[in-house]
Design a protein around this ligand. Structure first.
Ligand code: HEC
Ligand code: HEC
Length: 569
């Protein structure tokens, strides 16, 4: 019974998808339409034509139904291609899939300015950002995925309507959930169906043709990234990282690079070495993978700034998106400082710091200028690429951040002089973890305790407050009382003393009243003990919810034994 019901749904879904494909602007359009009076990108790649035109009709301007009326992030195109293979039986080998994804991402991508607000999506960040467009439309869409999925695409109005129709075909229940139309409750209410309203709004907010894209399309080129880069970054739970990355050009492909990176976690001295490969799409979107000595494989998603001297983004594990550092790379010419650790230095103290960077040479105290009130006593090294520097901080040094001048350039805010930790903050302020370990992977959440100094005015929470970075902390959980007799804290999982929350197993729990899942809300409390023995505490709200039943890319089963088809090289 259950089986036959599912079968009917599947058939209905497939029939609906056929209609989506058959739709094409060509049949109703005037016979001699030219590109100037209509949107759409002609497809100039023979592999796309060979592999896709069996189903997607090509018109006499070389435009392909559906495909020509979209622009997407590289991830967006890969997702489309995987869906064509998994759901519609498009037959592609690894090489073709890669060529098609690359062609479409390069020729029908987003301009850098268009991509910037959506970076949190491709960088796989948990981000409760504010969407500045229509908040009702946002609410309709974020029921299942982030608004980032939407903001990293551009479409004609017909295509916005069609992707929503595709949702109905693939997920027939959506009409009873997010796309439910109850009709206007009063005369002030918008009479449009939520899908209609979404298509109206999105076609204005994210249209196919924009001045940003036409300008970028004219100037974009393969970036010249070969050389040495100074690496700095920060990983929640593990603190700052510093090192270097060397980028080598691939003689056969101007958009492809190989890399070697060496960096240390400054708090522990743990040294990591990685080698990787990457592709740059649309002239600025770095997508790589690197393999470690002794650490996990990481994906690299970075944004190459237009001056090609800075790239920044996030490296994260493919299996656990939530784990990995934020990274900034600065092109190193000669000796280039990446950063200083520790960076928070107390007035009146003597302190040893390490100055990290690329190509650092031996230096004298006069070569390093940390600003007023900070005296360089000695400089040793470099050893392992870093200089060991003894500093004395004057007892009356002004409170505040200092730039470091060294080797001919300035590192902004390299250190901060303070007079103690006045308060702490737990980041992120709101965390999200997902039960797992039985049918689904666990979704972890890492917290940090960040120290703050009240700044020159001595008042907390004012603009002159000084951020001191990660400070040591102990951790526990408390009930976030949402209902009478709340007991979530006993079931949701465990808070490690390293700041990592590990959720409990997914599925119903017989030991919990009502056989409930191990989900709930708790406070995560971090406590920092200052050198004078004072205990400072702060808390963050943690929501422990169900596993991610709908994955970012559910069409991933096809694998040629090396890596998923259509994935980055
Ligand atoms: C066997 C038929 C078939 C082949 C071959 C095929 N497609 Fe599709 N395509 C479809 C159908 C059906 C839809 C509409 C339903 C959907 O979006 O999944 C579609 C929709 C699309 C869309 C619109 C999805 C969106 O963003 O809303 C894109 C893009 C696309 N195809 C790209 C391609 C590319 C690129 C190829 C060649 C690699 C290709 N297709 C080959 C059947 C096919
Ligand atoms: C019922 C859950 C649900 C809701 C509600 C929902 N989506 Fe989606 N959406 C999905 C899933 C699942 C996918 C992934 C499909 C895939 O993997 O190809 C997706 C994918 C997408 C994509 C990428 C599709 C592609 O082929 O490029 C876009 C764009 C999108 N959704 C837009 C929207 C918009 C706009 C809204 C709100 C009006 C919305 N979604 C609401 C579930 C939903």
């Amino acid at each position: 019974m259950a089986h036959s019901a599912r079968f009917t749904l599947a058939v209905a879904g497939t029939a609906a998808l056929g209609v989506l494909l058959a739709w094409s602007p060509a049949p109703t359009a005037p016979l001699h339409r030219t590109l100037t009076d209509d949107d759409g990108f002609p497809i100039r790649n023979q592999t796309v034509i060979d592999r896709c035109s069996r189903c997607h009709v090509v018109d006499d301007e070389g435009r392909m139904s559906r495909v020509s009326y979209l622009r997407k992030s590289p991830e967006g195109w890969q997702l489309s291609i995987r869906r064509m293979m998994a759901l519609h039986g498009a037959r592609l080998n690894q090489e073709d899939a890669r060529e098609i994804a690359t062609y479409l991402a390069n020729e029908q991508g987003l301009a850098p300015e268009e991509m910037r607000p959506g970076l949190f999506e491709v960088e796989r960040r948990m981000d409760d950002h504010d969407y500045e467009g229509d908040s009702d439309v946002e609410f309709t869409c974020i029921q299942c995925h982030s608004m980032g999925r939407v903001m990293t695409q551009r479409r004609t109005k017909d295509e916005w309507s069609l992707v929503l129709a595709t949702h109905r075909g693939l997920y027939p229940f959506v009409d009873f959930q997010a796309f439910r139309y109850a009709g206007p409750a009063s005369e002030q209410d918008d009479p449009r169906h939520p899908m209609e309203r979404a298509a109206d709004h999105l076609s204005e907010a994210f249209p196919l043709e924009t001045p940003e894209w036409s300008a970028w399309a004219a100037t974009k080129r393969s970036p010249r990234l070969a050389g040495t880069w100074a690496l700095s970054g920060y990983e929640p739970g593990r603190g700052p990282i510093f090192g270097t990355m060397t980028v080598h050009a691939d003689p056969t492909n101007p958009d492809a690079f190989t890399t070697t990176a060496t960096y240390v976690y400054a708090e522990t001295g743990t040294r990591i070495q990685r080698s990787g490969q990457s592709n740059v799409y649309t002239g600025y979107q770095w997508r790589g993978r690197s393999n470690p000595g002794g650490d996990s494989e990481l994906r690299e998603v970075m944004f190459v700034e237009r001056d090609q001297n800075v790239m920044h983004g996030r490296w994260f594990r493919g299996d656990y998106d939530e784990i990995g550092p934020d990274v900034t790379l600065r092109r190193a010419s000669g000796a280039t400082v990446a950063g200083v650790y520790p960076m928070a230095l107390e007035q009146g103290g003597s302190v040893e710091v390490r100055v990290f960077g690329a190509g650092l040479s031996s230096a004298t105290p006069a070569d390093l200028d940390f600003g007023a009130g900070v005296t360089v006593r000695s400089v040793r090294g470099p050893s392992d690429g870093a200089l060991d520097v003894s500093l004395a901080i004057s007892p009356d040094a002004d409170l505040g951040a200092r730039d470091l001048y060294a080797f001919g350039s300035i590192v902004e805010g390299a250190i901060v002089v303070h007079d103690g930790v006045d308060r702490i903050e737990v980041t992120p302020k709101t965390g999200l973890a997902r039960t797992g370990g039985a049918a689904f992977p666990k979704g972890y959440q890492t917290f940090d305790v960040i120290g703050w100094n009240d700044g020159p005015d001595g008042e907390p929470e004012t603009d002159d407050d000084l951020k001191l970075g990660r400070v040591p902390a102990s951790w526990h959980m408390e009930e976030y009382t949402a209902i009478y007799d709340d007991d979530d804290v006993d079931f949701v999982g465990t808070m490690g003393q390293d700041g990592v929350f590990t959720p409990a197993v997914d599925g119903p729990n017989g030991n919990r009243s009502g056989n409930r899942n191990n989900i709930g809300d708790v406070w995560v409390v971090g406590t920092h003990r200052t050198p004078t023995g004072e205990e400072l505490s702060a808390r963050a709200h943690l929501v422990v919810t169900v596993p991610l039943y709908i994955r970012f890319d559910p069409w991933r089963p096809i694998d040629d034994g090396r890596r998923p088809i259509g994935d980055d090289r």
